[in-house]
Design a protein around this ligand. Sequence first.
Ligand code: PEP
Ligand code: MG
Length: 580
Amino acid sequence: MEIFRGISVSPGVAIGEAVVLEAEEYRIPYRVVSANDAPQEHERFLAAVQTSIGEIEEQSTHLSAHLGRDAANVFDWHVGVLKDESLRDQISQLIKKKHAAAAYAVSTVMRSYQRRFMKMSDPLLVERMRDVQDIERRLLRHILGEAREDLAHLTKPVILVAHDLTPTQTAQLSNTKVIGVALDSGAATSHTAILLQSWGRPGVIGLGDISTHFSGGDTIIVDSTNQLVIANPTESTLAEYRVREAAYSRFSHALDDFKDLPAITHDKQPISLFSNIEFPYESRAGMAKGASGVGLYRTEFLFLRPEGAPTEDQQFIAYRDATLGAGGKPVTIRTFDLGADKYTQQRSYEQERNPMLGLRSIRYSLRNLDMFKVQLRAVLRASAHGDVRVMFPLINSLMEFRQAKMTLHDAMEDLEEEGVALNRDIKIGIMVETPAAAIQIKEFCREVDFVSLGTNDLIQYLLAVDRGNVRVSQYYIPSHPAVLRAIRDVVRACSQAEVDCSICGEMAGQPLYTMFLLGVGLRTLSMAPANIPEIKKLVRLTTLSQARRVARRALGFDTDRQVTNYLRDEMCKLLPDDPI
Ligand code: PEP
Ligand code: MG
C-alpha cells in the first residue's frame, strides 16, 4: 500500500481501478488475454520493439548527420534499453505467464524501471526517467496503434490517473465513467482544478509524480476529504474506506434535501447563492442544485474547444443558452479572462516569462479590441433574453474600466444602428482581483454597478504566489490575515457606497469560510454548483449575529493557522456529523 498527499478539489471518496492517461492520451487498462492469444500478444510486443529500434536508428542517423554524433548519443541509449535482455524478459514473462495484454505489460514494467531512476541521487540519472517515459510511449504507440482508446469509451467506473488534464479533457469527464481523479500537477485554483470542482467528483491534484507509480488496473482510493490517494490498499484499509464511501454518499444525498429550501440564515436573513459556470449547459445544472442565478460565467472556456476562437453567433448562442438556463434569474457574464494559464500562451510565438503578471484578462481584451467588441456584441444580444450583466475581470485601474465600458457602449451603438434588440441598462461590474483594485475600491464604487471579489486571483497577487504553481502552493493561503482584511475592507466600502458586492472565488464554496464571509457582510456567494447544497445547509444553520462574531474574532488573529483552527472549530460546531 502506498499513500500520496496532494490538494483536494472537491470532497468525497472514490474507490476503483486505475486508468493511467499518458501525456499522449494513451489509456492503459488492465487487460488479460486468453492463454491461446498470449503468443500473439507476445508477438505484438516483439514487433513493437523491432519497429521502435528501426525508427530510433533512423532518427539517430539523421541527427548524427545534421547535429553531430553527440546529439545522437541519447538515441543509442534508447536502443540499448530496448535491447536490454532483462527488461524484455520481464515484459515477456508478464505476457506469457500472466497473459497480460502487451500494452499493460509494457506500461507496468517500464514504470517500475522509471521509478528506479527517480530514486537515484545523480540528477543526470534522474533525467533518464524521461527517456524511459519516451521509450514507453514509443512502444505503446506501436502496440496500440489505431486501437488507442479514449475516455468516452470506458465500460466500467474507474479512477483516472494522469500527469495533467487539459481543460478540454476535464470538461469531457462528466460524459465518462470516471469516478475520481488523481493528477501529478495542478494547484487548488488552477483552471483544471476549477473544472474538476464543477464536475463534482472526488479529485486530488498536485500529487507530484503519482502517474509514474501506477499502472492500469491498480486499485486506488481517492480520499479528497483528507487530500490523500492510496494505492493498492490493504484489505482492512479498503474495508474502512468502503464504509467511508457509503457514509459520504449518504451525506451528499441528504444534502440534496436542501436544494429546494430557501437560502436564509437561521434568523431568516436571505442570502443569494449563485453558481460559477464554464459552459452554458451548467447554468441549468446550477439551478437544479438550488442556485438563484449565475454569479460568474467564465466565457473564456469557449476558446478551449478544438475548433478555437468562437464567432459572434457562436458566442451569442452560448450566452443566450446560459441565460435561458437560468430561467429569468441573473446571469453575470464575465468577459474573456484569457492569458496566464488559459489559451494564449500555447499559441503565442514567444511565451511570456511571467504570464500571471502578463498580458492577461482585461489587458488582453483591450489589446485585442476587435475580438473584445465581438464578445460584447454577443453579450448585448443575449441581454435581450434575460437578466444579463456584464463583468470585467482583473480591472486594476479606473482607466481600464472606463476603456472597457466605452468599448461596450460602442458595441451598443453599433447594434442599435443595426436595429438589434438589447438591454441598454445592462448592469456593468468589475471583479476585484488585484490589490490595486481593492485599495481603490471607493473610487471604483462611484463608477460601477456591482463588484465581485475574485479571491482566487486576489490571493495570488496579495501574497505574491502563482496560483498554478504547485511548488509554492503551501504559500497560497486564503486564511492569511491580509486576505481576510482585504475582503472586509472591500465589502465595507461597497456597503457604504450602496454598491452590490459578491464573492465568486473558490472561498465562496468552502464551508470553512461561510461564517466569516457572511459575518463581514457578504450576502451573495457564487460557487461551483456542486458546493451549493452544503453551503446552503451552513447558511441555514447560522445566524448573522453568530457570523459577525466569528468574523470579528477571525480578523483579530495574527496568523493564518490561528484563523484556520478557529474557523474549523466554529464550522464543526454547526456541522458536527458531516464527513467533510
Ligand atoms: C477569481 O480569480 O477568484 C475568479 C473567480 O476568477 P478565475 O478563477 O476564473 O480567475
Ligand atoms: Mg480571476
